[in-house]
Write a protein that binds this ligand. Sequence first.
Ligand code: RIB
Ligand code: CA
Length: 303
Amino acid sequence: MIILFDTDIGLGTPRAELDDGAAIVFLLRALGDKVAGVTAVHGNASLESAMNNSRRLLAYLERTDIPLGRGAASGLVEQKEWFAEWEAGYGDTPPWPPAQDEPLAANLIIDTIRANPGEVVILAVGPLTNLALALRLAPDIVGKVRQIVSMGGSFGQEDPQPEFNARCDPEAAQAVLNAGWPIQLIGLNITTQLIFTYDDFASLPDSNPALTLLKEQAPGWIDRVVARGWEQDGCALHDALAVAAVMDPSLFSWQQTAVTVELCDPERRGATYLQDTETGHVAVATAVDAVRCRELIWRYLAA
Ligand code: RIB
Ligand code: CA
């Protein structure tokens, strides 16, 4: 197995969402020998911030050998910068110099899959723009990838609200979820079942500067999600659950189906709908063993 991690990483930008950062710490500690590339994308922060945040964390985790791909700065159709809605509350993202040449994300994805047919797992935890661009440029990768594992969408409600990653680029989500490659999809209804508190983050050891950064920035993010009523007494680490799914899919129950994404209704763009079929290419998580999943994530984060 070879892993590519596609991320809209906010950790490093004060008061931005930090779950991608927690996910990459978890991933590199748990499966670091299998990671062949990281690709950054717009979402939780601007593309430039996501690039700087990725560079910083790869340096802190002593993995500047991993290629970092420069991805899309906005969605395929909408040019909106979703993070800008929260920008007033953001701190500055300090720059971090590149350690090496940075390829285009779509090219890194295509080249890695073509060079390793049947081996590559793409762990996609941001808006799906980079994957959609790779699909457009090289449709042959559909039959060569091993698995897509993605955090996105929201399921299980009669009237689903658009989830952030899908809302940032609905056209990309529709293309990627209906490309015909095998996908495991973990929605917001599952990821919000695991909450990490102020005390959890405060208890993290200062064994690596990435953990110290997570400790420093978690309270600001929790303040934000609690004030918005998204979560209570802590925050979810959505993207870490996608890493857990790669490590141990038995932590989740899965429903094999197809998923469509609302593209037209301006109020509902990005809403995700399960189709009434068992022959689709998407396995949607329908439940999680929250105790075991939490224990797995924290075992690697808190080491
Ligand atoms: O809706 C949760 C998702 O949106 C996560 O990937 C989080 O990092 C944000 O991008
Ligand atoms: Ca994310």
